[in-house]
Ligand binder design. Structure first.
Ligand SMILES: [Mn+2]
Length: 297
């Protein structure tokens, strides 16, 4: 069966040059530490996206044009894969499109960060995750999924984390020393949810990296390192809405889906999340402003 682009069931694929969104599949799986399967994540999300409605209830980002890039080759060392991701994200940005990466393991986010750095864009990174991913190295690798946000932080990008509930002492130290912000899962569970989750000084341009294990395993069981006590769907959507208010979402990723055969609700959940992230990216995307005024808002 020929692979279909994201939401090709509802919208004819747009050209790379005119699309408002570039979906970038990255089936990377090199630093799995517990359960495997993230290499199958992008295709599962693309397949599930054919079951989405043209609108997610609030946004219809497909009207502005979605281009799904061919999957990034994930052979070779992690550094090579990350460099390829950087090139693909740079291609999207040069075309005036918003990049949406479908992982694959969380390490792919570093490629996006490097592309934004090369483009000279000051961007704040908003991370949803069960884990802080701030380890200096993990299982001997500095390019592990457990170290990815440390690498992003070292590039100079501000970071705010949501839903973390697995944190080692070194990571807690690193947060304190460098000012990584966090609304950890326990604090969010005590409620109320923050009405203005991002501090005023946080950059106006934000990149949202959504590790699906930030969601509770009851919502999202299909991931390599599930941890109980995570976010439920509506709370995650409310937080995303409040995070995006007054900000420009310039890129996003959905990572660490490890599909479980026959458990299609998890794939669909990841696809719906990707669709919502596209909607939130809507207003700030140059090609949207050219192509479709209003873009479903
Ligand atoms: Mn992660």
């Amino acid at each position: 069966m020929k692979k279909k682009g994201f939401l090709a069931s509802e919208y004819a694929p747009a050209s790379a040059r005119l699309a408002a969104y570039h979906v970038i599949p990255v089936p990377m799986e090199t630093s799995v530490s517990y359960g495997g399967g993230t290499a199958a994540g992008p295709n599962a999300i693309l397949a599930a996206s054919q079951q989405l409605e043209a609108t997610d209830g609030r946004f219809s980002p497909g009207r502005a044009g979605i281009h799904t890039q061919p999957a990034v080759s994930c052979s070779g060392a992690p550094a090579q894969v990350i460099a390829r991701v950087e090139g693909r994200v740079a291609h999207a940005l040069a075309a005036g499109a918003a990049p949406l990466i479908l992982g694959g393991e969380h390490t792919v986010t570093l490629g996006a960060a490097r592309a934004f750095q090369a483009a000279g864009l000051k961007v704040g990174f908003v991370q949803f995750d069960a884990h802080a991913d701030l380890r200096d190295a993990y299982e001997g690798s500095a390019l592990s999924h457990a170290s990815v946000m440390r690498r992003v932080s070292e590039l100079g990008f501000p970071i705010i984390q949501f839903g973390v509930r697995a944190l080692c002492a070194d990571e807690a130290d690193y947060r304190r020393q460098t000012g990584v912000l966090a609304y950890d899962a326990e604090r969010l569970a005590r409620r109320p949810l923050p009405t203005r989750p991002l501090p005023a000084g946080f950059p106006k341009r934000i990149y949202i990296t959504f590790d699906v294990d930030g969601l509770d395993p009851a919502v999202m069981p299909a991931t390599g390192t599930p941890v109980p006590g995570g976010l439920f769907w509506q709370d995650a959507m409310l937080l995303l809405e409040r995070i995006a208010t007054g900000r420009r979402v310039v890129g996003a990723d959905v990572v660490e889906l490890a599909p479980i055969r026959g458990l299609h609700h998890a794939d669909f959940t990841a696809a719906l999340l990707a669709h919502r992230l596209m909607g939130l990216m809507g207003e700030g995307t140059p090609n949207i402003q050219q192509n479709v005024r209003g873009c479903g808002r």
